[in-house]
Design a protein around this ligand. Sequence first.
Ligand code: 3HC
Ligand code: NAI
Length: 697
Amino acid sequence: MSQVIGYEKVGDIAVLSANNPPVNALGAEVRQGLLAGIERAEADGVQAVLIYGEGRTYFAGADIREFGKPPQDPWLPALCDRIEASPLMVVSSLHGTALGGGLEVALSCHYRIATPLTKVGLPEVNLGIIPGAGGTQRLPRVAGVEAALEMITTGRHVQASEALQMGVLDKVQDGDPREIGLAFVRDLLETGAPRRPVCEMAKPTPIDFDATYDAVLKKGRGQLSPAIAVRAVQASCEAHDFAAGQARERELFTELMASDQRKGLIHAFFAERAVSKLPELQGINPRELHQIGVVGGGTMGAGIATSALLAGLTVVLLEMSVDAAKAAKDRIAANLAGAVKRGKLSPDAQEEILENRITLSTDYDGLSGVDLVIEAVFEDMEIKKQVFAKLDATCKSGAVLATNTSYLDLNEIAASTGRPSDVIGLHFFSPAHVMKLLEIVVADHTAPEVIATGFALGKRLGKVSVRAGVCDGFIGNRILNAYRTCADHMVLDGASPFQIDAALTRFGFAMGPFAVSDLAGLDIGWAARKRKRATGLDPRARESFYADKLCEAGHFGQKTGKGYYVYEPGNRSRKPNPEIMPLIEAERAAKGISPREFTDEEIVRRYMIAMVNEAAKVVGEGIARRPLDVDITLLYGYGFPRYWGGPLKWADLQGLSDVVDDIRRWSGEDPYYWQPAPLLEKLATEGRCFDDLNKAS
Ligand code: 3HC
Ligand code: NAI
């Protein structure tokens, strides 16, 4: 008897119930249990079989942990074919999420019923593969090519009501999956409904697959699986029969299964789930949060307040003056209006939030009752210390005192209060109500309960939270500074900002570093450079000054219409600013640099290795707990292409000794900048990779 698939005879119906928590993934034992259940039913004199899942869901897909390991019988495609070929009528009753292989099992059944909250989908492309158990052949036969392509190439989860309209489900009914399933099967038997194998349905009508392939490839910014899925669906129309279409699907599936993109995407899937699992928080309860305070309602404060309001919290916002507070509320109202426009909030809820859940204040007494306060005032240590001293004097005992600082020393901020154990960094990314990343910065004296509260808040706000230690820029901005410097060096040596941006967007980044600077505002980098120069830079560090000249002329990027690029009002496209190259050439001449050619490959490799090297320092110093914490930070905060899994997964895929060899070679030209991080060197020497550290943690 299978441990994970129950067998029960209810009159004329054999009931197979899956019990493989948490998500009834279709691992080898589940597949064996289903096969055995079908065979037993066929020998048991019943007329039909009902398959459903116990617990929170029907099958949520193949067991991803088995990917890359030797396959175990029965294969999922063979199991699906076997279910479909059964002489008994086979019906599935769905609830929760029927995804990937789960939906493929359901599609191999002859009928499907689901509860109203069920979601179905074929999200395999998000894992770098395509459906591999007949999904690309059965779904187009059931729902038509266009609907199937949309579902398969986006991986979208489709609500039961829509799936019913598409023909993916035959019935939607509220109730217990077992009970509604049994009633449905009895109905089908009583009305003499025939077995209905999808493989026997007519081939679907073809569309212009070449045009669709090109469009999907372009949209994927280098991600292959959605475009390859188009070719698999094409086979459902063009292969001479169902089996030939399936063979084509298998061929494409196998190719992708061996790809680096599959490895990167699966790494990302598990890393984003592992990132908030911290041994130090085992058994620690977070403090309760009802009311949040925000100090400073500029770009970030307004975004943070919006995020908290959208999550159902109540907010008190403190600003310097009544006018500044009103301006902050206007920013929040505009953010909420955007949420309404995107369908994330109803107009009624928007009104309710603005009327009842936000209080403006110019007086610290207004913050006396909040459970947690997030400071988002100007990035200036003296101002932040003054704010924290006032928070210390007014906030109730047990309130968490958080700062959104991007770079400043959290220990120094905490020391300006009499309760450093309550102080933490909550570093949001702009726009704070949209960006998913939250760096949770832990200072020397931060209490575990306060860290747990930070993670609980992150979860409530729908963020992906990463633990970081204290250093200049924490995980993300510290690494950003290092690879941004590498880009500046390449510009001095002969590459143009436009070539660098183009090479990196081709690699898969959402934007190149110079377009990003224009978006963030060139004044921010300018202020940081001035601050660093004032503290005295190491004389060995190579500096560039041409960007300062842009700023001195009042060009701060998108917000002023000109930066590295020129932006026309009302037009989102950008053109290279013709003033840039003369500024760069003048600086090269003044420094006596003879510019050289860079290939796109070299640009990408140097930029990526600069990122990896700093990331290895960040892990080696314990600023990030594990390599995966860096990977998730870059994926969710810095537009890193998800299909590479993050910079340290990318490095593993390149081979760490090759990475170290490149750094050693480049150190000949700039020994100050290019020195291998000790951790990187150690792993390369030992023949290990970053993922070994993830697995050991
Ligand atoms: N295989 C193995 N483990 C899985 C899994 C899967 N398919 N899906 C989820 N899990 C694990 C998670 O890693 C997590 O483990 P943990 O508790 O140890 O961290 C646990 O199940 C719970 O998952 P979540 O935290 O994600 O729970 P949620 O309730 O937030 O989400 C879900 C549930 C929507 C099902 C989500 O887990 C999900 O999207 N899973 C992946 C679904 C998927 O991609 N299926 C297709 C797989 S590929 C395939 O089927 C190939 C086929 O075509 C041949
Ligand atoms: P901003 O200049 O847009 O807003 C700062 C706000 O703080 C202003 O509205 C100002 O009136 C208010 N303020 C200043 N001193 C105050 C005081 N003593 N009491 C009450 N209010 C006060 O700045 P922004 O961009 O919102 O940045 C705020 C903080 O967030 C900074 O520490 C910054 O480093 C950090 N940050 C900024 C990001 C960004 O992309 N802009 C991203 C992540 C963090």
